[in-house]
Design a protein around this ligand. Structure first.
Ligand SMILES: [Zn+2]
Length: 493
Protein backbone atom coordinates (compact mmCIF):
# COMPACT_ATOMS: atom_id res chain seq x y z
CA UNK A 1 0.00 0.00 0.00
CA UNK A 2 2.88 2.29 0.95
CA UNK A 3 4.53 1.68 -2.41
CA UNK A 4 1.32 2.29 -4.33
CA UNK A 5 0.89 5.65 -2.59
CA UNK A 6 4.49 6.55 -3.41
CA UNK A 7 4.12 5.68 -7.10
CA UNK A 8 0.77 7.44 -7.25
CA UNK A 9 2.32 10.64 -5.83
CA UNK A 10 5.09 10.55 -8.46
CA UNK A 11 2.49 10.15 -11.22
CA UNK A 12 0.49 13.07 -9.84
CA UNK A 13 3.64 15.23 -9.72
CA UNK A 14 4.57 14.27 -13.27
CA UNK A 15 1.02 14.97 -14.47
CA UNK A 16 0.93 18.42 -12.82
CA UNK A 17 4.37 19.24 -14.21
CA UNK A 18 3.26 18.24 -17.72
CA UNK A 19 0.04 20.27 -17.43
CA UNK A 20 1.95 23.37 -16.29
CA UNK A 21 4.36 22.94 -19.15
CA UNK A 22 1.72 22.33 -21.88
CA UNK A 23 -0.58 25.15 -20.82
CA UNK A 24 2.28 27.48 -19.91
CA UNK A 25 0.85 28.09 -16.48
CA UNK A 26 3.95 29.96 -15.35
CA UNK A 27 6.27 28.98 -12.57
CA UNK A 28 5.42 25.46 -11.58
CA UNK A 29 8.70 24.28 -10.17
CA UNK A 30 7.38 23.88 -6.61
CA UNK A 31 3.76 22.84 -7.18
CA UNK A 32 4.28 19.21 -8.35
CA UNK A 33 6.56 18.47 -5.40
CA UNK A 34 4.17 20.14 -2.97
CA UNK A 35 1.36 17.83 -4.13
CA UNK A 36 3.60 14.76 -4.02
CA UNK A 37 4.75 15.59 -0.48
CA UNK A 38 1.18 16.19 0.69
CA UNK A 39 0.27 12.71 -0.58
CA UNK A 40 3.42 11.01 0.71
CA UNK A 41 5.20 12.82 3.52
CA UNK A 42 8.22 10.49 3.48
CA UNK A 43 8.42 10.70 -0.32
CA UNK A 44 12.22 11.05 -0.48
CA UNK A 45 12.85 7.84 1.41
CA UNK A 46 11.12 5.72 -1.26
CA UNK A 47 13.11 6.70 -4.35
CA UNK A 48 15.31 3.88 -5.62
CA UNK A 49 18.61 5.68 -6.03
CA UNK A 50 21.31 3.89 -8.06
CA UNK A 51 24.09 2.25 -6.02
CA UNK A 52 27.17 4.48 -5.77
CA UNK A 53 25.20 7.52 -6.85
CA UNK A 54 26.73 10.57 -5.17
CA UNK A 55 24.37 13.20 -3.80
CA UNK A 56 25.94 16.66 -3.67
CA UNK A 57 24.24 19.57 -1.89
CA UNK A 58 25.29 23.20 -2.39
CA UNK A 59 24.12 25.82 0.07
CA UNK A 60 25.15 29.34 1.19
CA UNK A 61 23.94 32.86 0.43
CA UNK A 62 25.37 33.57 -3.02
CA UNK A 63 26.51 31.42 -5.92
CA UNK A 64 24.45 28.27 -5.34
CA UNK A 65 22.85 28.18 -8.80
CA UNK A 66 25.97 28.93 -10.79
CA UNK A 67 28.09 26.50 -8.74
CA UNK A 68 25.51 23.74 -9.31
CA UNK A 69 25.36 24.52 -13.02
CA UNK A 70 29.15 24.51 -13.44
CA UNK A 71 29.59 21.36 -11.35
CA UNK A 72 26.86 19.45 -13.21
CA UNK A 73 28.42 20.41 -16.52
CA UNK A 74 31.84 19.15 -15.41
CA UNK A 75 30.40 15.85 -14.12
CA UNK A 76 28.43 15.34 -17.34
CA UNK A 77 31.64 15.87 -19.33
CA UNK A 78 33.01 12.71 -17.66
CA UNK A 79 30.21 10.75 -19.41
CA UNK A 80 28.22 10.23 -16.24
CA UNK A 81 24.49 10.71 -15.78
CA UNK A 82 23.76 13.81 -13.75
CA UNK A 83 20.73 15.89 -12.84
CA UNK A 84 20.31 19.06 -10.82
CA UNK A 85 17.50 21.43 -9.86
CA UNK A 86 18.21 23.89 -12.64
CA UNK A 87 15.07 25.91 -12.00
CA UNK A 88 16.69 27.05 -8.76
CA UNK A 89 13.68 25.75 -6.81
CA UNK A 90 15.69 24.98 -3.69
CA UNK A 91 13.04 24.43 -1.02
CA UNK A 92 11.84 20.93 -0.06
CA UNK A 93 8.90 21.15 -2.50
CA UNK A 94 11.15 22.24 -5.39
CA UNK A 95 13.61 19.44 -4.72
CA UNK A 96 10.69 16.96 -4.54
CA UNK A 97 9.52 18.24 -7.95
CA UNK A 98 13.00 17.66 -9.35
CA UNK A 99 13.18 14.10 -7.95
CA UNK A 100 9.74 13.24 -9.37
CA UNK A 101 10.67 14.74 -12.74
CA UNK A 102 13.86 12.72 -13.13
CA UNK A 103 12.60 9.44 -11.66
CA UNK A 104 10.96 6.83 -13.86
CA UNK A 105 7.32 5.88 -13.34
CA UNK A 106 8.29 3.46 -10.57
CA UNK A 107 10.41 5.94 -8.62
CA UNK A 108 13.86 4.78 -9.77
CA UNK A 109 16.62 7.37 -10.18
CA UNK A 110 19.31 5.88 -12.44
CA UNK A 111 21.89 8.62 -12.14
CA UNK A 112 25.55 8.73 -11.12
CA UNK A 113 25.34 12.18 -9.52
CA UNK A 114 22.51 14.23 -8.08
CA UNK A 115 23.50 17.87 -7.59
CA UNK A 116 21.11 20.06 -5.60
CA UNK A 117 21.15 23.69 -4.68
CA UNK A 118 19.56 23.89 -1.25
CA UNK A 119 18.14 26.92 0.52
CA UNK A 120 20.03 27.48 3.80
CA UNK A 121 16.91 27.03 5.94
CA UNK A 122 15.97 23.88 4.00
CA UNK A 123 19.30 22.11 4.58
CA UNK A 124 18.29 20.54 7.94
CA UNK A 125 15.02 19.31 6.38
CA UNK A 126 16.56 17.75 3.27
CA UNK A 127 19.43 16.08 5.17
CA UNK A 128 16.84 14.37 7.35
CA UNK A 129 15.26 12.92 4.20
CA UNK A 130 18.25 11.99 2.07
CA UNK A 131 21.83 11.03 2.83
CA UNK A 132 24.21 13.45 1.14
CA UNK A 133 27.74 12.38 0.22
CA UNK A 134 28.96 15.95 -0.21
CA UNK A 135 27.77 19.28 1.19
CA UNK A 136 29.37 22.56 0.07
CA UNK A 137 28.88 25.93 1.74
CA UNK A 138 29.70 28.87 -0.52
CA UNK A 139 29.50 31.92 1.76
CA UNK A 140 27.30 33.63 4.35
CA UNK A 141 26.03 37.14 3.71
CA UNK A 142 23.02 39.04 4.85
CA UNK A 143 20.16 38.01 2.58
CA UNK A 144 16.43 38.47 2.99
CA UNK A 145 16.64 39.14 6.71
CA UNK A 146 12.88 39.08 6.96
CA UNK A 147 13.01 35.38 6.08
CA UNK A 148 16.17 34.13 7.74
CA UNK A 149 16.85 36.47 10.63
CA UNK A 150 20.44 37.23 11.45
CA UNK A 151 23.47 35.35 10.21
CA UNK A 152 23.95 33.36 13.41
CA UNK A 153 20.55 31.80 12.81
CA UNK A 154 21.51 30.85 9.27
CA UNK A 155 24.84 29.40 10.45
CA UNK A 156 23.04 27.29 13.07
CA UNK A 157 20.62 25.99 10.44
CA UNK A 158 23.53 24.95 8.25
CA UNK A 159 25.35 23.33 11.17
CA UNK A 160 22.30 21.30 12.14
CA UNK A 161 21.83 20.33 8.47
CA UNK A 162 25.41 19.09 8.24
CA UNK A 163 25.12 17.29 11.59
CA UNK A 164 22.29 15.19 10.15
CA UNK A 165 24.78 13.72 7.66
CA UNK A 166 27.94 13.13 9.70
CA UNK A 167 29.57 11.05 6.95
CA UNK A 168 29.22 13.71 4.29
CA UNK A 169 32.41 15.32 3.00
CA UNK A 170 32.16 19.08 3.52
CA UNK A 171 33.56 21.73 1.16
CA UNK A 172 34.03 25.10 2.80
CA UNK A 173 35.02 28.51 1.51
CA UNK A 174 38.14 29.12 3.63
CA UNK A 175 38.07 32.85 2.83
CA UNK A 176 34.77 33.35 4.65
CA UNK A 177 35.52 33.16 8.40
CA UNK A 178 31.88 32.44 9.21
CA UNK A 179 31.88 29.44 6.86
CA UNK A 180 35.41 28.16 7.50
CA UNK A 181 34.79 27.83 11.24
CA UNK A 182 31.29 26.38 11.26
CA UNK A 183 30.81 24.16 14.28
CA UNK A 184 30.83 20.80 12.49
CA UNK A 185 32.80 17.59 12.94
CA UNK A 186 32.73 16.18 9.41
CA UNK A 187 35.80 15.75 7.23
CA UNK A 188 36.44 19.09 5.51
CA UNK A 189 38.07 20.33 2.32
CA UNK A 190 38.83 24.04 1.97
CA UNK A 191 38.96 26.20 -1.12
CA UNK A 192 39.95 29.84 -1.39
CA UNK A 193 41.74 32.60 -3.25
CA UNK A 194 45.33 32.88 -2.09
CA UNK A 195 46.25 35.86 -4.21
CA UNK A 196 45.81 39.47 -3.28
CA UNK A 197 42.95 41.10 -5.17
CA UNK A 198 44.45 44.57 -4.76
CA UNK A 199 47.40 43.45 -6.84
CA UNK A 200 45.01 42.01 -9.38
CA UNK A 201 43.05 45.25 -9.52
CA UNK A 202 46.23 47.22 -10.15
CA UNK A 203 46.67 45.19 -13.33
CA UNK A 204 43.43 46.67 -14.58
CA UNK A 205 44.60 50.21 -15.14
CA UNK A 206 41.30 51.39 -16.67
CA UNK A 207 39.34 50.24 -13.69
CA UNK A 208 41.84 51.71 -11.31
CA UNK A 209 41.98 55.09 -13.00
CA UNK A 210 38.28 55.49 -12.85
CA UNK A 211 38.25 54.59 -9.18
CA UNK A 212 40.80 57.33 -8.63
CA UNK A 213 38.74 59.72 -10.73
CA UNK A 214 35.75 58.78 -8.62
CA UNK A 215 37.56 59.78 -5.47
CA UNK A 216 37.19 63.47 -6.27
CA UNK A 217 33.44 63.05 -6.36
CA UNK A 218 33.42 60.96 -3.22
CA UNK A 219 34.71 63.91 -1.20
CA UNK A 220 31.34 65.54 -1.58
CA UNK A 221 29.46 62.44 -0.46
CA UNK A 222 30.19 62.78 3.22
CA UNK A 223 26.88 64.54 3.79
CA UNK A 224 24.86 61.86 2.05
CA UNK A 225 25.06 59.24 4.73
CA UNK A 226 21.86 57.26 4.71
CA UNK A 227 21.00 54.15 6.67
CA UNK A 228 23.86 51.73 7.09
CA UNK A 229 25.62 52.91 3.96
CA UNK A 230 28.98 54.41 4.87
CA UNK A 231 30.15 57.34 2.76
CA UNK A 232 32.76 56.29 0.24
CA UNK A 233 36.27 57.25 1.30
CA UNK A 234 38.55 59.17 -0.93
CA UNK A 235 41.49 56.92 -1.57
CA UNK A 236 41.33 54.10 -4.02
CA UNK A 237 42.32 51.38 -1.64
CA UNK A 238 39.64 52.08 0.93
CA UNK A 239 37.05 52.54 -1.79
CA UNK A 240 37.95 49.13 -3.18
CA UNK A 241 37.68 47.60 0.27
CA UNK A 242 34.63 49.47 1.48
CA UNK A 243 32.17 46.86 0.27
CA UNK A 244 29.23 45.84 2.43
CA UNK A 245 30.94 44.05 5.26
CA UNK A 246 29.02 41.93 7.67
CA UNK A 247 31.37 39.88 9.75
CA UNK A 248 34.88 40.75 10.67
CA UNK A 249 34.89 39.37 14.19
CA UNK A 250 36.82 36.27 15.14
CA UNK A 251 34.56 33.16 15.12
CA UNK A 252 36.39 31.93 18.21
CA UNK A 253 36.99 34.89 20.57
CA UNK A 254 34.89 37.64 18.86
CA UNK A 255 37.86 40.03 18.65
CA UNK A 256 38.13 41.97 15.40
CA UNK A 257 39.85 39.99 12.64
CA UNK A 258 42.82 41.44 10.76
CA UNK A 259 42.87 40.96 6.98
CA UNK A 260 46.05 40.83 4.92
CA UNK A 261 43.88 40.99 1.81
CA UNK A 262 40.22 40.90 0.90
CA UNK A 263 38.71 39.42 -2.21
CA UNK A 264 35.17 40.71 -1.72
CA UNK A 265 33.19 41.97 1.26
CA UNK A 266 34.38 40.07 4.37
CA UNK A 267 36.14 37.34 2.36
CA UNK A 268 39.92 37.10 2.19
CA UNK A 269 42.99 36.11 4.20
CA UNK A 270 42.42 36.83 7.86
CA UNK A 271 43.86 36.13 11.28
CA UNK A 272 43.02 37.00 14.85
CA UNK A 273 45.67 38.88 16.85
CA UNK A 274 43.94 37.92 20.08
CA UNK A 275 43.67 34.11 19.86
CA UNK A 276 45.88 33.42 16.81
CA UNK A 277 43.04 31.91 14.77
CA UNK A 278 44.00 31.84 11.09
CA UNK A 279 42.37 31.07 7.79
CA UNK A 280 42.56 27.25 7.42
CA UNK A 281 45.10 25.74 5.07
CA UNK A 282 43.58 25.80 1.58
CA UNK A 283 43.36 22.53 -0.37
CA UNK A 284 42.16 24.09 -3.65
CA UNK A 285 43.71 27.50 -4.06
CA UNK A 286 43.52 30.17 -6.77
CA UNK A 287 47.02 31.65 -6.91
CA UNK A 288 46.55 34.10 -9.80
CA UNK A 289 43.67 35.50 -11.78
CA UNK A 290 43.10 38.15 -14.36
CA UNK A 291 39.81 39.39 -15.74
CA UNK A 292 38.95 41.18 -18.98
CA UNK A 293 35.42 42.27 -19.83
CA UNK A 294 34.28 38.75 -20.76
CA UNK A 295 36.52 36.10 -19.23
CA UNK A 296 38.58 35.22 -16.17
CA UNK A 297 41.91 33.48 -16.58
CA UNK A 298 43.19 31.82 -13.43
CA UNK A 299 45.69 29.40 -11.92
CA UNK A 300 44.43 26.86 -9.43
CA UNK A 301 46.71 24.76 -7.22
CA UNK A 302 45.80 21.42 -5.68
CA UNK A 303 47.66 18.20 -4.86
CA UNK A 304 50.92 20.05 -5.57
CA UNK A 305 49.92 20.75 -9.16
CA UNK A 306 49.37 24.10 -10.84
CA UNK A 307 46.61 24.29 -13.44
CA UNK A 308 45.55 27.10 -15.71
CA UNK A 309 41.91 27.54 -16.77
CA UNK A 310 39.67 30.07 -18.55
CA UNK A 311 36.24 30.86 -17.21
CA UNK A 312 33.88 32.55 -19.70
CA UNK A 313 32.47 34.73 -16.91
CA UNK A 314 33.58 37.74 -14.96
CA UNK A 315 33.50 38.78 -11.33
CA UNK A 316 35.26 37.48 -8.24
CA UNK A 317 31.98 35.86 -7.17
CA UNK A 318 32.00 33.69 -10.30
CA UNK A 319 35.64 32.76 -9.69
CA UNK A 320 34.55 31.44 -6.28
CA UNK A 321 31.72 29.50 -7.96
CA UNK A 322 34.16 27.94 -10.42
CA UNK A 323 36.64 27.17 -7.64
CA UNK A 324 33.98 25.42 -5.56
CA UNK A 325 32.80 23.37 -8.55
CA UNK A 326 36.36 22.34 -9.50
CA UNK A 327 37.19 21.36 -5.90
CA UNK A 328 34.18 19.04 -5.72
CA UNK A 329 34.57 17.65 -9.25
CA UNK A 330 38.27 16.87 -8.76
CA UNK A 331 37.47 15.11 -5.48
CA UNK A 332 34.43 13.02 -6.44
CA UNK A 333 35.18 12.30 -10.10
CA UNK A 334 38.11 11.74 -12.42
CA UNK A 335 37.42 14.92 -14.42
CA UNK A 336 40.50 16.03 -16.36
CA UNK A 337 41.50 19.66 -16.83
CA UNK A 338 40.54 19.37 -20.49
CA UNK A 339 37.07 18.14 -19.56
CA UNK A 340 36.69 20.97 -17.04
CA UNK A 341 37.79 23.55 -19.61
CA UNK A 342 35.41 22.16 -22.25
CA UNK A 343 32.53 22.14 -19.79
CA UNK A 344 33.24 25.78 -18.89
CA UNK A 345 33.39 26.71 -22.57
CA UNK A 346 30.04 25.09 -23.28
CA UNK A 347 28.39 26.35 -20.10
CA UNK A 348 25.10 28.05 -20.68
CA UNK A 349 24.44 30.45 -17.83
CA UNK A 350 21.62 29.66 -15.47
CA UNK A 351 18.44 31.62 -15.72
CA UNK A 352 19.23 35.29 -15.12
CA UNK A 353 22.82 34.85 -13.97
CA UNK A 354 24.81 36.53 -16.69
CA UNK A 355 22.37 35.57 -19.41
CA UNK A 356 22.93 37.14 -22.84
CA UNK A 357 20.00 38.30 -24.97
CA UNK A 358 18.97 40.72 -27.69
CA UNK A 359 16.39 43.45 -27.08
CA UNK A 360 15.27 45.61 -30.00
CA UNK A 361 18.42 44.53 -31.85
CA UNK A 362 20.64 45.69 -28.98
CA UNK A 363 22.95 43.41 -27.00
CA UNK A 364 21.90 42.92 -23.41
CA UNK A 365 22.94 40.87 -20.39
CA UNK A 366 20.91 40.05 -17.33
CA UNK A 367 22.44 39.86 -13.85
CA UNK A 368 20.01 38.97 -11.08
CA UNK A 369 20.50 41.10 -7.96
CA UNK A 370 19.09 40.25 -4.56
CA UNK A 371 21.40 41.30 -1.72
CA UNK A 372 24.04 43.94 -0.91
CA UNK A 373 27.17 41.89 -1.53
CA UNK A 374 26.00 40.21 -4.73
CA UNK A 375 24.78 43.54 -6.10
CA UNK A 376 28.01 45.33 -5.20
CA UNK A 377 30.04 42.62 -6.93
CA UNK A 378 27.92 42.92 -10.07
CA UNK A 379 28.27 46.73 -10.05
CA UNK A 380 32.00 46.54 -9.41
CA UNK A 381 32.39 44.14 -12.33
CA UNK A 382 30.22 46.07 -14.79
CA UNK A 383 30.85 49.71 -13.90
CA UNK A 384 33.84 50.23 -16.15
CA UNK A 385 32.85 48.15 -19.15
CA UNK A 386 32.96 50.21 -22.33
CA UNK A 387 29.66 51.44 -23.78
CA UNK A 388 27.60 50.05 -20.94
CA UNK A 389 24.02 51.12 -20.25
CA UNK A 390 22.02 50.17 -17.18
CA UNK A 391 18.45 49.26 -16.32
CA UNK A 392 17.86 48.44 -12.66
CA UNK A 393 14.48 46.96 -11.74
CA UNK A 394 13.42 46.32 -8.16
CA UNK A 395 10.30 44.54 -6.93
CA UNK A 396 9.46 43.78 -3.31
CA UNK A 397 7.30 40.66 -3.66
CA UNK A 398 7.88 37.77 -1.25
CA UNK A 399 10.39 36.03 -3.51
CA UNK A 400 12.39 39.25 -3.81
CA UNK A 401 12.33 39.87 -0.06
CA UNK A 402 9.77 42.40 1.17
CA UNK A 403 12.40 44.56 2.84
CA UNK A 404 14.29 46.67 0.28
CA UNK A 405 16.58 48.35 2.82
CA UNK A 406 19.40 46.25 1.35
CA UNK A 407 19.50 48.75 -1.53
CA UNK A 408 21.19 51.17 0.90
CA UNK A 409 23.90 48.66 1.76
CA UNK A 410 24.74 47.85 -1.87
CA UNK A 411 27.45 50.11 -3.32
CA UNK A 412 25.63 51.83 -6.16
CA UNK A 413 28.44 54.39 -5.86
CA UNK A 414 30.26 52.29 -8.44
CA UNK A 415 27.93 53.85 -11.03
CA UNK A 416 28.75 57.43 -10.14
CA UNK A 417 31.10 57.95 -13.10
CA UNK A 418 28.47 56.68 -15.50
CA UNK A 419 27.55 59.47 -17.87
CA UNK A 420 24.54 57.99 -19.67
CA UNK A 421 20.91 57.74 -18.66
CA UNK A 422 20.16 55.02 -16.13
CA UNK A 423 16.69 53.50 -16.35
CA UNK A 424 15.02 52.33 -13.15
CA UNK A 425 11.91 50.20 -13.00
CA UNK A 426 9.77 47.82 -10.92
CA UNK A 427 7.42 48.36 -7.98
CA UNK A 428 10.19 50.04 -6.02
CA UNK A 429 11.54 52.16 -8.90
CA UNK A 430 11.28 55.31 -6.76
CA UNK A 431 13.36 53.71 -4.00
CA UNK A 432 16.13 52.74 -6.38
CA UNK A 433 16.02 56.20 -7.99
CA UNK A 434 16.47 57.76 -4.54
CA UNK A 435 19.28 55.34 -3.78
CA UNK A 436 21.08 56.33 -7.01
CA UNK A 437 20.66 59.99 -6.12
CA UNK A 438 22.42 59.37 -2.82
CA UNK A 439 25.14 57.52 -4.73
CA UNK A 440 25.81 60.94 -6.28
CA UNK A 441 24.20 60.20 -9.61
CA UNK A 442 22.55 63.24 -11.15
CA UNK A 443 18.76 62.82 -10.84
CA UNK A 444 18.40 64.15 -14.39
CA UNK A 445 20.28 61.05 -15.54
CA UNK A 446 17.68 58.76 -13.99
CA UNK A 447 14.57 57.70 -15.92
CA UNK A 448 11.84 56.18 -13.75
CA UNK A 449 9.24 53.88 -15.28
CA UNK A 450 7.52 51.34 -13.04
CA UNK A 451 6.56 49.07 -15.95
CA UNK A 452 9.54 46.87 -16.76
CA UNK A 453 8.56 46.09 -20.35
CA UNK A 454 7.92 49.70 -21.25
CA UNK A 455 11.13 50.74 -19.49
CA UNK A 456 13.11 48.07 -21.33
CA UNK A 457 11.70 49.13 -24.69
CA UNK A 458 12.38 52.83 -24.13
CA UNK A 459 15.86 52.15 -22.81
CA UNK A 460 16.89 49.80 -25.63
CA UNK A 461 15.47 52.11 -28.32
CA UNK A 462 17.45 55.02 -26.89
CA UNK A 463 20.70 53.09 -27.18
CA UNK A 464 23.33 53.25 -29.92
CA UNK A 465 24.10 50.00 -31.69
CA UNK A 466 27.58 49.81 -30.15
CA UNK A 467 26.18 49.99 -26.62
CA UNK A 468 25.40 47.03 -24.38
CA UNK A 469 22.55 47.03 -21.91
CA UNK A 470 23.03 45.50 -18.46
CA UNK A 471 19.69 44.63 -16.88
CA UNK A 472 19.86 44.20 -13.10
CA UNK A 473 16.49 42.83 -11.93
CA UNK A 474 15.30 41.29 -8.70
CA UNK A 475 13.84 37.81 -8.91
CA UNK A 476 10.18 38.52 -9.72
CA UNK A 477 11.15 41.13 -12.34
CA UNK A 478 13.19 38.37 -13.94
CA UNK A 479 10.12 36.11 -13.91
CA UNK A 480 8.14 38.87 -15.62
CA UNK A 481 10.81 39.16 -18.33
CA UNK A 482 10.56 35.43 -18.79
CA UNK A 483 6.76 35.46 -19.00
CA UNK A 484 7.04 38.09 -21.73
CA UNK A 485 9.47 35.86 -23.63
CA UNK A 486 12.27 38.41 -23.32
CA UNK A 487 14.72 36.15 -21.57
CA UNK A 488 15.30 32.44 -21.43
CA UNK A 489 12.48 30.41 -19.93
CA UNK A 490 13.19 29.03 -16.57
CA UNK A 491 13.23 25.25 -16.72
CA UNK A 492 10.54 23.58 -14.64
CA UNK A 493 13.03 21.25 -12.98
ZN1 LIG B 1 40.18 35.21 18.05
Amino acid sequence: MDKIFFIFSIWIAKFISLTISIFRLGQGSNVPGRFALSLKKDLFQHFKIKNNCKIILITGTNGKSTTCGLLSNILKSTNKKVFYNKSGANLLSGIASTFCHYSNLLGALSYDYIVLEVDEATLPKITREIKANVIAITNLFRDQLDRFGELDTTAKLIESGVNNNKDALIFLNADDPRVAFLNIENKRIYYGIATNVKRHCEEQSDHHDSLVAGSAISKTLGDCRVGANPPPRNDRETLWLSDPEEITTCPSCKAELTFTHKTLAHLGNYHCNNCNLQRPKIDFSVTRFKTDHLTTNFDINFNNSKNNLFLPMIGTFNLYNALCSISIAKTVSNATNLQIQKSFDSYSTVFGRGEKLTVNKKNAWIYLIKNPTGTTEVLKTLCNLPNARFLIAINDNYADGRDVSWLWDARFDYLRNHKKNIFVSGKRSNDIALRLKYANINPEQITINENIISSLNKCSRSMNTNETLYILPTYTVLLELQRQGICKSMPLN
